[in-house]
Design a protein around this ligand. Structure first.
Ligand code: NAG
Ligand code: NAG
Ligand code: NAG
Ligand code: NAG
Length: 375
């Protein structure tokens, strides 16, 4: 009897101790579990879109077989690139854009350049003009492995800037002196459309651009509009863009004119690649820089077919005066890189009020600095 009682007290004591252990274990494990959930949210949540904008929500790229170009005689390409460089210099001079000044058109802007000293390569990163491919290439040149780049959740641009700091003007000038420099350009209206589709139409939920989209709809959507999408339509976006330029707001880097973003008239840029001839221009560039062994064919280009269809679809929603207003905003990019409105203006709808066309032609921005001295 005494023995059994003793055993029972012993048993219940052990049970209490066991409960205590379980209790404290649970108390300790809950925060660990919570931390685990927070730290590894991407394992639990559905796959999030990769970073801001490096994701391609719509595929407009096609791969170019590298071996077709590798053994090609590139002398015709060299000639074309030389022609473009001379044309740029001449146009800069005619438009007075080669004179150093204080405003955004005349102040040399080294900020957007990436300098690879090891391989003597300088690039100004124009967004929406093969920038994804070349950001990748520059990350490879900086020593990141392809595997790391594939798995990294940090935006490629951030990774690149960790290796390539923002250069000072003197550092850029010094590097330009001893490097191969290049710039990739694209038809301004094609680039704008691509930026609109990537950043506004397919904006990442919660991003700055998603919020901007809501703001644009709130301000520019007609109350009578029915059956409208949840993102701003192209005409709404263009109305907003034109008004922001008129009121002197600075533009988003994805659609800032190249003339201000890279100030190409202020520097001696050797290779002006065009997306229209990107395969050949890149092949020449890689060969000239001696990088054939390092940069593997990561050939992407604006596919002609789908891009043409998109241009047709979106620019036919604009009025002709809107298209002329866009020309005004990108007029220097058009002229410096020899692009024209051919094929675009025809798509626009005739304006019901002819005075709008006149206003578009004589449009002035409120930002006095953005008008070059010569005008
Ligand atoms: C490339 O073609 C040009 C003429 O287009 C010719 O003069 C040149 O010799 C060729 N170069 C080579 C390496 O074949
Ligand atoms: C350029 O801008 C700076 C500061 O904004 C000003 O002090 C300077 O006078 C300006 N120079 C010219 C030539 O306008
Ligand atoms: C560029 O190089 C030339 C000679 O190669 C030199 O005279 C000039 O000072 C250099 N400029 C800069 C900014 O380093
Ligand atoms: C400019 O474009 C026109 C028409 O596309 C073309 O004929 C001309 O050769 C180009 N000029 C340069 C310098 O690329």
């Amino acid at each position: 009897m005494r023995l059994r009682k003793l055993r029972r007290t012993h048993n219940s004591g052990w049970r209490v101790a066991r409960r205590c252990v379980i209790f404290f274990t649970v108390i300790c494990l809950v925060p660990v579990f919570l931390v685990f959930i927070v730290a590894t949210d991407h394992y639990i949540r559905p796959v999030r879109p990769m970073s801001f904008g490096m994701r391609k929500p719509f595929t407009e790229d096609r791969h170019i077989p590298f071996h077709d170009l590798k053994n090609k005689n590139l002398s015709a390409v060299a000639k074309r690139l030389d022609f473009r460089q001379k044309y740029l210099k001449k146009t800069c001079r005619i438009l007075g854009l080669d004179k150093v000044g204080n405003d955004s058109l005349h102040k040399p802007n080294p900020w957007e350049y990436l300098i690879n000293d090891k391989h003597h390569l300088v690039w100004c990163n124009v967004f929406k003009a093969a920038s994804t491919s070349w950001m990748y290439n520059f990350n490879i040149l900086a020593g990141y492995s392809p595997k790391f780049l594939r798995n990294s959740r940090t935006p490629p641009m951030t990774l690149a800037r960790q290796k390539y700091g923002r250069p000072s003007l003197s550092a850029l000038k010094r590097s330009l002196n001893s490097s191969l420099s290049f710039l990739i350009v694209r038809h301004p209206l094609e680039r704008l459309l691509s930026a609109y589709r990537d950043k506004i139409q397919y904006a990442v939920p919660g991003s700055v651009h998603r919020k901007l989209g809501k703001k644009i709809i709130w301000k520019y959507r007609k109350k009578t509009a029915s059956d409208s999408p949840v993102y701003p339509t192209y005409p709404e976006f263009v109305d907003w863009l034109v008004d922001s330029v008129r009121t002197g707001h600075s533009l988003d880097m994805h659609w800032t004119p190249i003339v201000e973003f890279c100030t190409p008239c202020m520097f001696n840029i050797q290779i002006i690649a065009h997306t229209e001839t990107l395969e050949e221009d890149q092949a020449f560039l890689i060969k000239k820089a001696g990088l054939e062994k390092i940069i593997k064919p990561q050939w992407k280009n604006a596919g002609k077919g789908s891009t043409t269809a998109q241009i047709h679809k979106h620019y036919s929603q604009l009025t002709r005066s809107q298209i002329l207003q866009l020309y005004h905003i990108y007029r220097f990019d058009f002229e410096l890189f020899n692009y024209s409105l051919n094929g675009y203006l025809e798509l626009g709808q005739p304006d019901s009020d002819p005075s709008k066309l006149l206003a578009a032609i004589t449009m002035k921005d409120n930002n006095p600095n953005s008008v070059p001295q010569i005008y």
